[in-house]
Write a new protein. Structure first.
Length: 122
């Protein structure tokens, strides 16, 4: 006999190392809906199997996908981005790297200028 293990939202958040607030936000967005909500207490219960789904969401988020994009992937039933979607994230990341390198260069220039005895104005 298979027994499903129910976890309260607090237990689930601790196991998965996310906040309760995050889980409620994901629920509101339709990303991760509790397996069960008690009709009297409104307590939310998650199934252990939902940890995999949450890990998938967190992984996609760490790769630069927005929660809206992740929701679309889940709605499509693919749960995985297409090659073209991944390539677009690569292009976006490359643009961010260029921008950050320019920012780093400007900051280093300010430090260099400052330590050469010149004005402290930015």
């Amino acid at each position: 006999m298979e027994k499903n293990i129910r976890l309260t939202i607090g237990e689930f958040s601790k196991f998965c190392q996310v906040t309760v607030k995050t889980l409620k936000h994901y629920e509101k967005m339709g990303l991760l809906v509790p397996n069960e909500v008690d009709e009297w207490t409104r307590y939310r219960y998650y199934d252990v199997s939902q940890m995999r789904q949450l890990n998938g969401i967190l992984r996609l988020k760490s790769l630069g996908f927005t929660l809206e994009e992740i929701r679309d992937l889940l709605d499509e039933g693919t749960h995985k981005p297409s090659i073209s979607q991944i390539e677009e994230k690569i292009r976006m990341t490359e643009r961010q790297i260029v921008k950050l390198e320019e920012q780093l260069k400007a900051l280093r220039s300010i430090v260099s200028f400052h330590y050469s005895g010149s004005s402290t104005e930015v």
